[in-house]
Every structure is written in structure tokens, then in C-alpha cells.
Write a new protein. Structure first.
Length: 184
């Protein structure tokens, strides 16, 4: 991970930061899915109670430039600034960012019933009750699943800072539970 590209979101009256984050992550998902190598990771330098307005993509220069972010994000051009592929500074620390999926009590019960053989794997449960959506204090981004047409909250957790990098692969959102990215 020798290089990074920084993307700054610039919310305006017509478009809020959560809306911009959602649109950006949906487009990054498309780009990273097409890339298919799992070698581009994401960092959120302003990550605190919200993901923040700065996103950095980390990887090799060639891979980052092949994402063609300026073309991909053209319809967001009034709301974002995209920097060039820049070498990562020396003496940085490392951190991983991972997706946290919350499970509803209904999902847990269905898995339990399947394990016990009480219901088949494809059988509808029929007795589904209204269950409160689980919540978390973690920062999240609203993502719209293009295939299903449903939206969900993608919760993100940041790992502890480390002085040494950890190898691994990244998912189509640039997140990993093990692989670290430079943090500066």
C-alpha cells in the first residue's frame, strides 16, 4: 500500500453529508467489485461518531489509477474533491476498518430453528413478528442494495492503531477485519 487517493466530501445545502457518503459508497462498491483483486483498502481519517467527510483509498498506484474515480464520480463532481495518487508518508501507523453486521432476534431464532431441524433451510417462517431493528453506537453509512432495491445501514468499526501493517484482503467496500491501511 504505497499510494493513496484522498476524496473530500463537500456537503452543500442541496445535498447533506450522509447523502453524499451513501452515493459515494455505492459507486465505490461498483468500482471495487469490478477491480476484483481485494488489494484496495479504505481509511476514514475523520472517523469518530460519524464516518467523517474524508475517505482515502489505499493501494498500489496502478490499481488506484485504474479505478478511474473522476469518471466514476462525475455526477458528484460538485460535492467532492479527488486528489491525485500520492505516496503514503513515512512513519505512519496502521489501522483496519471493518463492517459490523447486527443481527435481529428474528434472524438468530431462524438460524437456531434450522440447526435443530425444526424448519427447513428454505421454508418461510410464517410467524414473523415485528421486531425492533437492532441499533449500535457505531458510525454507519446508508447503502442501497441495487440488486434487491433495499437500503441498509453499514456499521463501521475502526481497529486499534498499530506500528506494523497486517496483510489481508479487502471486501468490495474497501473494508477488512484483518488487513490494515496506513493511518495518518
Amino acid at each position: 500500500m504505497d499510494y493513496y487517493i484522498e476524496i473530500k466530501l463537500i456537503p452543500r445545502q442541496s445535498r447533506s453529508l450522509p447523502s453524499l457518503l451513501s452515493a459515494l459508497f455505492e459507486k465505490l462498491f461498483v468500482a471495487l467489485s469490478a477491480h476484483r483483486h481485494g488489494d484496495i483498502g479504505l481509511s476514514l481519517p475523520a472517523f469518530k461518531q460519524t464516518p467523517g467527510n474524508v475517505i482515502r483509498l489505499h493501494g498500489q498506484r496502478y490499481g488506484l489509477e485504474n479505478l478511474r474515480l473522476r469518471v466514476l464520480l462525475n455526477d458528484l463532481s460538485h460535492y467532492i474533491w479527488i486528489g491525485p495518487a500520492t505516496p503514503v508518508p513515512d512513519n505512519v501507523q496502521y489501522r483496519h476498518y471493518r463492517r459490523v453486521q447486527l443481527k435481529t432476534p428474528h434472524q438468530r431464532m431462524k438460524r437456531y430453528m434450522k440447526r435443530r431441524g425444526a424448519i427447513s433451510a428454505d421454508a418461510p417462517t410464517g410467524h414473523r413478528r415485528q421486531v425492533a431493528t437492532p441499533t449500535s453506537d457505531l458510525p454507519y453509512i446508508w447503502i442501497k442494495n441495487q440488486a434487491l432495491g433495499r437500503s441498509f445501514r453499514m456499521f463501521i468499526a475502526a481497529g486499534d492503531l498499530s506500528d506494523t501493517p497486517t496483510e489481508g484482503t479487502f471486501n468490495h467496500y474497501g473494508l477488512s477485519s484483518t488487513a490494515t491501511v496506513p493511518f495518518f
